[in-house]
Design a binder for this molecule. Structure first.
Ligand code: 13P
Length: 349
């Protein structure tokens, strides 16, 4: 019956117009983002910030699942309620990031391999007991001169597939995240070529390692030109190229695709997801959804600044981003949603 449970959970995570909230920054990444805003880099500050997120009024309107970390899944709100219970009470499915980070790959200058398979079976059993129902693992592919190499793509794909098989064995839905980074001056075409190659390789490995496609989700990058590429592209071109790349590589048995934001602005991430759903939604075999971290959290974090007096306003900003992305899932996001007057009305209404 594990198989049916996996299918049900995967479907629930991408149902309707809801998406995933990635709040699984490692302690060091979270501390770096805090440092930029002068927020203390302590366990208590991280706990307070994550409490702000999980107690955002109405979070469940557009969020189906939230991805926690090993630290966060063990933390509680001020009233003593574990975060997992706070999420469950709101009808949000708790998830957990289980990789141990992308490390320099030996003999592959500039490339990364994600670690964390050792002991994973036991960790999955513990997280399942704590209430997690889905899991995330991120692989990182860098575009540069002569990279990513075949060996890096294959090593990461094999690792993702081994992780996914272990998750399904434990009754947990794997979110498979091969991220082709935006860093660099590469063109849209080059990102498309690399993303297509990576996804082909990943699905080959998932098949070989007997991962049930109906019980998993894919979390890819959108296909974008590098941040330093002189030729940037329109929203519609990005939507077309991204969907074409996914149609060529992602089997229809996969229930959903939940994009990462990867350093795009919050508004662009919403607009691009929206454009894909406007043009293609009715013709696609899988749901096109979101699993953003920065593109949902960053405006809220900047308002909060570690100060309790700004918590309610930060929650409104977080809610607003989830609402914009819910609209983008329906293909009903429009730029005026970002207008400060509309925003204020939406907060009041
Ligand atoms: P971003 O949306 O900030 O890219 O984060 C998504 C994520 O979960 C990275 O692993």
């Amino acid at each position: 019956m594990i198989a049916q449970e996996l299918v049900n959970t995967a479907k629930k995570l991408v149902a309707g117009d809801k998406g995933l909230l990635a709040m699984d920054e490692s302690n060091s990444t979270c501390n770096k983002r805090f440092a930029k805003l002068g927020i203390p880099q302590t366990e208590e500050a991280r706990r307070a910030y994550r409490e702000l997120i999980v107690t955002t009024p109405g979070l469940e309107d557009y969020i189906s699942g939230a991805i926690l970390t090993d630290e966060t899944i063990r933390q509680k709100a001020k009233d003593g309620m574990p975060f997992v219970k706070v999420l469950e009470a709101a009808g949000i499915i708790p998830g957990i990031k289980v990789d141990a980070g992308a490390k320099d790959m030996a003999a592959h200058p500039g490339e990364k391999i994600t670690e964390g398979l050792d002991g994973l079976r036991d960790r999955l059993a513990e997280y399942s007991q704590m209430g997690a129902r889905f899991v995330k693992w991120r692989a990182v592919l860098v575009i540069g001169g002569g990279i990513p190499s075949r060996s890096c793509i294959e090593a990461n794909a094999q690792t993702l597939a081994r992780y996914a098989a272990l998750c399904q064995e434990a009754g947990l839905v794997p979110v498979v995240e091969p991220e082709v980074l935006m860093d660099g001056d590469h063109t849209l075409e080059r990102c498309s070529e690399v993303t297509e190659d990576v996804l082909h390789t990943v699905f080959g490995q998932l098949y070989r390692q007997r991962v049930m496609l109906e019980g998993m989700l894919l979390k890819p990058n959108m296909v974008l030109p590098g941040l330093d590429c002189p030729k940037q592209e329109t929203t519609d071109v990005i939507a077309d190229v991204t969907v074409r790349c996914l149609l060529r590589t992602v089997p229809p048995a996969v229930p959903g695709i939940t994009f990462l934001s990867g350093g795009q602005s919050a508004e662009l991430a919403s607009a691009r997801l929206n454009a894909m759903n406007v043009s293609f939604k009715s013709r696609l075999p899988w749901a096109l959804s979101f699993s953003f971290a920065r593109a949902v959290q960053q405006p809220a974090l900047e308002i909060w600044q570690g100060k309790e007096i700004f918590a309610a306003e930060a929650q409104e900003a977080l809610y607003h981003r989830t609402k914009c992305n819910g609209a983008a899932r329906r293909g009903e996001y429009y730029a005026a949603m970002e207008n400060p007057v509309t925003l204020r009305k939406a907060r009041k209404g």
